[in-house]
Design a binder for this molecule. Structure first.
Ligand code: ADP
Length: 495
């Protein structure tokens, strides 16, 4: 094997320490898999109050306390704490950058009282960015690759390019920037620019400037050596227009040659119907008999009458526009006029929560709704449903369609982002199909796909064959992590 690479993975959230979204899942799983494949990868994240020092046995690193970090006119101090991400095979070193004033709050990005972003998020993530660089300097550990993730880390690329281009410690270091969701950009007013410490020249259209303010996602896009996104289709979509690029489509277009789409993996230990302890009956591609037991249990859980010939359509989702709830809302009557059961688990926008609860009250024998976040119930829905509806407006990668595929629950999805890369339409490709897709974002097209699914469901042999194909998919992190490693190696060969 060739020489192991050294990689610093920088992310503001990492499972199991802190999570608000898919970024945290990737940041927990990808480094561990890269470590399993033999590379020296370490993680650094902020020490939010939500990260429990006792639970994770986090301790101080004596020589890394009271590190001076400047944020504009403010001279702040950071300290580095340490713990590990450990599974059966590996241990990954995790550094936590602490500053009580900035990170000593439970909520990561928003004030729970106002529901608005913390007003000092600029200071917090400028501090984090500069603190990460100071930490590398003090560690004296030269990473071959700095792997940055999302807007919270974008500034690191800009600072390194502006201030450390000739520094021997960083001269050989290449920067990879992964975009997990282009809708979140870290936009701040003009005044925040001075706090970054970047040279005035960086406040330009080819720098961090964005509509008169600054944009930290843009910083990552402009100054990194390569950009990755979490699925091949999403990598193309973000440069196609504002509905995917959210104002940065021009920047994505400019960097198209250096942009790669690498599909996320999923946790195959937690999401495996053959070993899942959250569901009443385990099953596999070789023995599907448990599936109907789960369907009965799911119907029972929501007090719905079970009927083998009436398919259960499941939804597990954040209740937002991104996930296509405006389409579902528009066609709910048509949907419920079919011979189906509809089961929804989710939380989010009040308008969708209220709407679902209201409709459910009118259709108690056809629809089950649970508002909230409930992991065991998510497992039961994946296992007990026949179909899974995910009509997303955009979907960088998406996990639920992968869970559905391996649980033999045929996904009905809009062909966007990671959904387009994982779900193959059964009517278009009868030999390889594993679900149903529609292209145009409209309620009418969604309903057409649902009706095609309902009609295919009646052909039991064809349906079962499609289930089995989905269940045999390989969405493990190993294949994904190998692609990242290959990309790191290609990048390091560049001058
Ligand atoms: P996103 O990250 O955009 O929300 P993904 O499909 O990538 O969408 O991932 C969603 C994850 O969150 C999945 O693991 C899904 O099971 C879980 N999830 C979403 N809403 C709920 C909920 N209400 N209860 C339990 N799990 C949920």
């Amino acid at each position: 094997m060739s020489k192991p690479l050294s990689i610093l993975f920088v992310s503001s959230e990492v499972v199991p320490f802190a999570k608000t979204g898919g970024l945290a899942d990737v940041s927990g799983a990808l480094p561990q898999t890269i470590r399993e494949l033999g590379h020296d990868i370490r993680i650094i994240m902020p020490k939010f109050a939500a990260v429990s020092e006792r639970r994770f046995k986090i301790h101080d690193i004596k020589r890394l306390t009271d590190i001076p970090v400047t944020v504009g006119e403010r001279n702040l101090l950071g300290s580095v704490k340490s713990s590990f991400l450990a599974n059966i095979k590996t241990k990954v070193q995790v550094y936590f950058l602490a500053n009580e004033e900035l990170f000593g709050r439970t909520d990561l990005y928003t004030d729970p009282e106002t529901k608005e972003a913390w007003p000092d998020n600029d200071d917090r993530f400028i501090f984090f960015s500069r603190g990460v660089i100071e930490t590398i300097k003090l560690l004296g550990w030269r990473p071959d690759i700095l792997h940055l993730n999302d807007w919270q880390t974008g500034l690191i690329a800009a600072i390194i390019k502006a201030e450390y281009a000739k520094d021997p410690l960083f001269r050989g270091t290449k920067i990879v920037f992964t975009v997990h969701n282009a809708a979140y950009q870290g936009v701040f007013p003009r005044e925040s620019f001075a706090k970054t410490g970047l040279p005035e020249s960086a406040f330009s259209i080819d720098g961090v400037e964005f509509h008169g303010g600054i944009n930290l996602l843009k910083a990552g896009l402009i100054y990194s050596d390569i950009i990755t996104t979490v699925s091949p289709t999403y990598a193309k979509e973000i440069r196609s227009g504002p509905e995917y690029g959210f104002g940065l489509e021009g920047v994505f277009r400019k960097r198209a040659r250096d942009t790669y789409g690498l599909l996320n993996g999923m946790d195959t230990m937690i999401w495996n119907p053959a070993t899942d302890q959250e569901i009443p009956a385990q099953y596999s591609a070789e023995d599907l008999s448990g599936k109907v037991v789960n369907k009965k249990a799911l119907c029972e859980r929501f007090a719905l009458p079970f009927a083998e010939e009436a398919p259960v359509i499941g939804i597990v989702s954040r209740l937002t526009d991104q996930k296509g709830f405006d389409l579902i809302k528009e066609k709910i009557d048509d949907l419920l006029s079919e011979d189906i059961r509809l089961v929804v688990l989710g939380s989010g926008d009040t308008q969708y929560e209220d709407f679902l609860v209201r409709v459910q009250k009118k259709h108690k024998r056809k629809m089950g709704v649970h508002i909230g976040f409930d992991e065991p119930l998510a497992h039961l829905i994946e296992a007990g449903s026949d179909m899974f509806l995910m009509p997303s407006k955009y979907e960088p990668c998406g996990l639920n369609q992968m869970y559905s595929l391996v649980y033999g629950t045929l996904p009905i999805v809009r062909a966007t982002g990671g959904l387009a890369d994982t779900v193959i339409d059964l009517d278009e490709k009868p030999k390889t199909g594993n679900g149903f897709t529609f292209v145009e974002y409209s309620a009418k097209e969604m309903m057409k796909a649902v009706r095609r699914a309902l009609s295919a469901y009646r052909n039991r042999d064809v349906w079962k064959a499609a289930m089995v194909r989905g269940m045999k998919s390989d969405f493990s992190w190993t294949s994904s992590a190998q692609r990242y490693i290959d990309l790191y190696k290609t990048l390091l060969k560049r001058k």
